[in-house]
Design a protein around this ligand. Structure first.
Ligand code: ZN
Length: 301
């Protein structure tokens, strides 16, 4: 296989499944993880170590990690929000974590019960703890492009958080449009500054399609030089603490979009789409992604 020019990190198992009303059994999740790796995905956020009472869909995080059939060269990541989460992830043998703070004070309080300044101090400690156990950390900034509670988020605040994360030793930086409020002109501007700050540290974008601008934003970031994006099978996803948050950009749609433009992701769209169709059948509801439906019916250009 040729080396992918763009890396997609599959978020369906975490960002995606946490939005479903049904609980997917651990064995099924493990099967999907294996199939996604078989489809060519090399980075997967497989779960989160968060309070099982708040996110019951992720209550099996430890069991899932214990039973992962880890494959060489594949990153199996987990999301954590606090120290307890880092401790659980260490005990479970996680090698890669996503730790983030929200650029919105209000969202931060709802999501973690901490104000931004507290969350920054907490982040540093969590980062230190994770790194002292040899864990690589992707340091995220949620609501980087806007907040449903606060509206516009000043770019300078996001850039300050990037400096903060880099200073704390982040292995990667991820900017999340958790609310789907970003637009391509804003992406261009913020990403230009972010890339300058990041230097050799990879920058990833986590885009939600709430306002239907996901792929436009993806393309703007791609043109600026971003080569790492989060996607979710079927376009699943959403944050329980953001009103009307909807899915991530769909893995299948992104693979197809890039392929049409001659950009290789190394991912077999049809193998991913088969999982989306299973979720559709299990939930008895259409998912927001487009290509998993089309690919079942007709060949694509
Ligand atoms: Zn998300």
């Amino acid at each position: 296989m040729t080396t992918p020019e763009v890396i997609l990190e599959e978020q369906g198992l975490r960002d995606g499944l946490q939005t479903l009303k049904i609980i997917i059994p651990t064995e099924k999740k493990l099967e999907w993880i294996d199939r996604l790796v078989g489809a060519g995905l090399r980075r997967l956020q497989v779960t989160s170590f968060v309070h099982p009472g708040l996110v019951p869909q992720m209550a099996d995080a430890e069991a899932l990690f214990q039973q992962l059939h880890k494959r060489e060269g594949v990153v199996y990541s987990a999301l954590v929000l606090n120290r307890k989460g880092v401790e659980r992830a260490i005990a479970a043998g996680a090698e890669h974590l996503a730790i983030s703070v929200s650029a919105s004070d209000t969202h931060s309080q709802k999501n973690t019960r901490m104000r931004l300044e507290e969350a920054k101090a907490d982040f540093r400690q969590n980062m230190r703890l994770a790194r002292s156990h040899g864990i690589r950390v992707r340091a995220g900034i949620q609501c980087a492009f806007g907040c449903r509670y606060e509206g516009a988020i000043p770019a300078e605040r996001v850039l300050d958080l990037i400096r903060h994360h880099l200073d704390a030793g982040a292995d990667e930086i991820a900017l999340a449009d958790s609310t789907g409020m970003a637009h391509p002109v804003q992406i261009r501007s913020l990403v230009a500054h972010a890339l300058e700050l990041c230097g050799a540290v990879p920058l990833a974008l986590h885009l939600h399609n709430t306002e239907n601008k996901g792929l436009a934003n993806l393309f703007a970031a791609y043109e600026m030089g971003v080569r790492q994006f989060d996607t979710a099978f079927g376009g699943l996803g959403g944050c329980p603490f953001i009103p009307d948050a909807t899915g991530n950009i769909a893995t299948e749609d992104t693979v197809h979009f890039f392929r049409q433009m001659g950009v290789e992701t190394g991912i077999d769209l049809e193998k991913v789409a088969a999982i989306s169709r299973e979720v559709e059948a299990l939930t008895n509801a259409h998912l927001s992604g487009a290509l998993y439906k089309l690919s079942a019916q007709a060949p694509m250009l």
